[in-house]
Design a protein around this ligand. Sequence first.
Ligand code: NDP
Length: 554
Amino acid sequence: MIGAPGREVVKALLPGLRRRFDVHLVVCNAENSAGGYGVTRDSGTALIAAGCDALTGGNHLWDRREGAAYIAEEPRLVRPANLPEGTPGEGWRVFRASDGTAVGVVNLLGRVFMREADCPFRTADRVLGALREKCKVVLVDFHAETTAEKMAMGWHLDGRVSALLGTHTHIQTADDRVLPGGTACLSDAGMTGGFDSVIGMDRQAALQRFLTLLPGKLTPSDGDLRLNGALVTVDHATGRALAIRRLEIPYAPAVSGGGARLLRGDEPALSVRLAARAEVERLRARGVTPALALVSVGEDPASRIYLKRKGEACAEVGIEARRVTLPAGTETHAVVERVRALGEDPALHGILVQLPLAPPAAAQAVLEAVPPGKDVDGFHPVNVGRLAAGLPGFVPCTPRGILELLRYHQVPLAGRHAVVLGRSNIVGRPLAALLSRKGVDCTVTLGHSASGPALRALAADADLLVCAIGRPEMVTADWVKPGATVVDVGIHRVAAPDSRTGHRLCGDVEAASVALVAGALTPVPGGVGPMTVAMVAANTVLAAEGAFAPSVAS
Ligand code: NDP
C-alpha cells in the first residue's frame, strides 16, 4: 500500500470489496503508507478508518521518525517478529474477525538481500508455538526479497498456518495456490498504488536514480491506480485454507460493482495537440508561423506553472510562444497599451492574458484590449457574445477542452440534464452556453454561491455534473446521481502532512467517495487541466488560420 494514492484506492474500493466477497478480516501491509516510506499515526489511522483490521510492516516500517511512537502503541499493528529484543511493537497479535473467528497475524522479515534479522524460519516456529492455544487461523505476511526464500517458508509452514502471503517486491506473482497441507501461498501480493511508476514511485525520478546513482527524491505515483492483494478462504474450524485468489483491481476505470470510469484528459489532449501540429505544418508550408503572446502581470506562482505548460504545448506543436511579463504594480493603462501594441503586431496571431493580474491592473480593461480576432482565450465581449448567440468565435479553452474530453470519451449529452456548478466567465458561464448549444443539446442548470441548499438536490439530478466552484472536495457522493458523469474542474493544493511533499492535489470533488457512485469521473490532476492547455494551442492555430475573420477580426 503506497502513500496517499494507495490509501485513496483502499478507501474507495475496500468497502465494496468487503461487501462483495463477504470479507471477515482485512490485513494490510502499511510499511509504505506514509508518502511511500514508513507508517505514521495519520497513515495508519486512515487505513483503519478505510476498513483495514490489521496492519503489518516490513523493513521500511521505521522510515518515519514520527511513526515510532505509533508503532509502539497501535494495537492493530504487527511489526516483523524476527527483530532484536526490545524493538517497539509486537511481532504477532490475535485479531477477532467479523464472524468472531480468532485470527493470528504474524509478520516476518526475510534475510536474503535484506538487512540482517533473526532467522525467520525459527522465529515462525516460536511464534506458532505461542499461538497454538489461541487460534486455529493464522496469516503470515513474509516481507522478503526473493521468491526462493518465500517459497521455502511456504513449505516450512504448510499445514501449520492458513496463509503465507509475501510482500516487499511490490510486483504481484502468479503462483497463488493452496499447498497440500492446507496453507494458501502467494509469493508476493503486489502493491496498491500507482502502476505508472517504478514499484509505486514516480518513474522519472526512479529512472534518474538508476541513470545517475544520485539519491534523488522519490514520491508516490498516482498514475494508473490499482489495488493488489489476495483473498483467502479458510475453514475456521480447522484453520486450513480452502482457496486463494489473487486480486488485481483497477481503481476507477471500469471497476465492476461501484467504481467510476476514469475520464483522463491526457489522451484526448495529445490528440488535440497532434491535430494542431498537423495544421501548423500546413500553415508553415504556406509561410505562416503561428505565434502567440503569453501576457502576465506580476509573478503569481500558479500562473507561472500554467504559462510554462501553455508555452510547452505551443512549442510541441510548432507555435512560437512569446512571453510578455510585466512587473507587479503596472497600471491598467500601461498593460492595455502593451496589449494593444501586441494586437497590432502582424507577426502575432494570438494573445493570451494570464489571470489574475497583479494589482492595480484591472483584468476586464486588459481583456477588452485584445483584438477579438487574436483572443485565443475567448474572453473578449465580442467572443463572449458570439458564444452566447451560438455564432462562430473563440471559445474559452477550459469549456472547449471539457466538451472535447466528453466527446472523446463518448459521453452522451443530447437531452441529458447538465448541472454546472460555478458561473465564472472563464468556466461555468461559457460551458453552460456550450452545453446548451444546438447540436450539443443538454438541458442546463447553472448553480452558484447564491443557489442555496437547493443546489445539492439539483446536482443530484444531473446526468452530467460539472464542478467549477473553487472549493476543495466540496462535492461529495451525496451530490451525485448514481451513474452520472462528473467533471472536476477545480484544482487545489491542500496540506497532506504525511506525504513527502507536505501537500497533495485535489479538485472540487471528493474523488474517493464520488468514484463509488458516479459512472464516470475526470481525475485531478490529469483530467480537465491537460485539455485546457491543449486548447490554447488549438485556438492559436485557429487564430493563425484566420478562422473567424472577418467576423471577429476587430
Ligand atoms: P471562480 O472563483 O471565478 O468562480 C467560482 C464559481 O463558483 C462562482 O460562480 C461562485 O459563485 C461559485 N461558488 C463558489 N462557492 C460556491 C458554493 N459553495 N456553492 C455554489 N457555488 C459556489 O473560479 P473559476 O471558475 O475560475 O475556477 C473554478 C475552479 O476551477 C478553481 O479551482 C480553478 O482553479 C479551477 N480551474 C481549473 C482549470 C483547469 O484547466 N483545470 C481552468 C480554470 C479554473 P458566485 O458567482 O456566486 O461567486
